[in-house]
Design a protein around this ligand. Structure first.
Ligand code: HEM
Length: 225
């Protein structure tokens, strides 16, 4: 046994003891904190923008974490499958909160302005597409939905997550109109993680082996279940 595999075995053993349910609440703490800071005016000079920025970024970061679960398992043997549904749903909740913050604080529920933005501003249309792509994934992220759809159909449906992630990255790049720094880094990470899914099977690492050894069907899609 190599040092790396004994380390991952120990890590996987520790991860198995981490309860998933409380993590749903823990994952929302940064968003609640950003909201609290926005209310108190301590989040930045422009609280509405800063809140939107924080919530949008958390959505993207949790989506990236969701997409990273499979490569981490396949390349490094680190098994985070139990947490994938929580990570994916948290990405969705943050995307919803981001939309809510924009509608409530940026547009003051001024429906004409909202509809105008949704039809005229391309980066907002792309953001909305990303969110809409996540809806069927979130709606079918429960065990009963997986059983009802069947594993193959469920897996195919959850491939929409790759499109959603690409749309999120594009939305970010487009709205900051900058091909440098943070948005570009996120776009590269998303493209690498989505591209990984399309690598020929033989190019993938020890994952297939380790998931077979664990007796786990790799049935979870991008928003996880
Ligand atoms: C679905 C996932 C989404 C992700 C990951 C996401 C991500 C982001 C990020 C990171 C920013 C901050 C950019 C910056 O300030 O530097 C942002 C801003 C923005 N997003 Fe999204 N977004 C999403 C969906 C949406 C949706 C559905 C809408 C509206 C329909 C939307 C509207 C906006 C607007 C208007 C801004 C600009 C705020 C401003 O700076 O004035 N986003 N988004």
């Amino acid at each position: 046994m190599t040092a790396l595999s004994s380390l991952t075995d120990r890590l996987n053993g520790a991860l198995k003891r981490v309860p998933v349910l409380p993590l749903y609440a823990v994952a929302l703490i940064p968003g609640v904190w950003a909201f609290w800071q926005a209310l108190n005016g301590t989040i930045g000079a422009d609280p509405v923008r800063a809140l939107e920025h924080a919530l949008g970024l958390y959505a993207l970061q949790f989506m990236i974490a969701t997409l990273a679960v499979t490569p981490l398992r396949e390349r490094l043997g680190v098994n985070l499958l139990r947490f994938r549904r929580m990570l994916g749903l948290t990405a969705f909740y943050y995307a919803l909160a981001h939309l809510g913050a924009w509608m409530a604080f940026d547009r003051n529920f001024h429906w004409m302005a909202i509809v105008a933005d949704l039809t005229k501003r391309p980066y907002i249309i792309v953001g909305m597409i990303a969110l809409l792509l996540m809806v069927p994934l979130a709606a079918t992220s429960f065990d009963r939905a997986i059983r009802a759809l069947g594993a193959a159909r469920w897996r195919n449906l959850h491939r929409l997550g790759y499109l959603a992630a690409l749309a999120m990255a594009l939305h970010y790049l487009w709205l900051v109109k900058s091909w440098t720094g943070e948005p570009l880094t996120y776009a590269f990470i998303v493209i690498a993680l989505v591209g990984y899914r399309f690598l020929p099977k033989g190019r993938k690492g020890r994952g297939a082996r380790s998931s077979a050894a664990l007796g786990k069907p790799a049935r979870q899609g991008t928003l996880g279940a």
